[in-house]
Ligand binder design. Sequence first.
Ligand SMILES: [Zn+2]
Length: 201
Amino acid sequence: MPESPSVTIVNVGYRSTNFWVISAGTSRLLVDLGWPGTMGTMRANLERMDIELSEIRGGFATHYHPDHAGLAEELKRAGMPLIVLESQVDFFPLLKQWTKPQDRFTDITPDRNFTLAFADSRAWLAGIGFTGEILPTPGHSDDSVSLLLDDGNVFTGDLTAPALCGDDAAGRQALASWQSLREHGAKRVFPGHGPQRPLAR
Ligand SMILES: [Zn+2]
């Protein structure tokens, strides 16, 4: 199935972290969910990019660390469907332990979370206008996932860059995740930090 020509990608990130809004017309998907206590900044950045929060049909964290999932609960309360991948269900309750009181983190409740199996991700994405899938890509953390669109664009969160993978269990796991992404057609990386780049062979 050809990728819709209207798919666009914008970064609404701040504090050296990328938060990607992927749009098919006004159907939008948010990849990574802001720093704790920064809902005002997130709202301002969305507004600057002409993105209505109500147009975001779903949002998920590539992994449950504060810089990627800090606003999960607040975005959900503002109306964004929070998608939790099956491998992340045991991890979102642990995010609180990485935060300090001064972070003003709002704890993530299980209420109204939408748990998504990897095997169902393609159908769910198709339902909101995107062709692709969400894959488990552990290495940086056990709950790390990546969104791979059929055009080869892949959103990898903090999956350790291949050149930086050490010869330890985590490094080997991350390399296996990159290999899986390549085998599924990944060509261009949109990471959680830093600029987009081609995926080296
Ligand atoms: Zn990060």
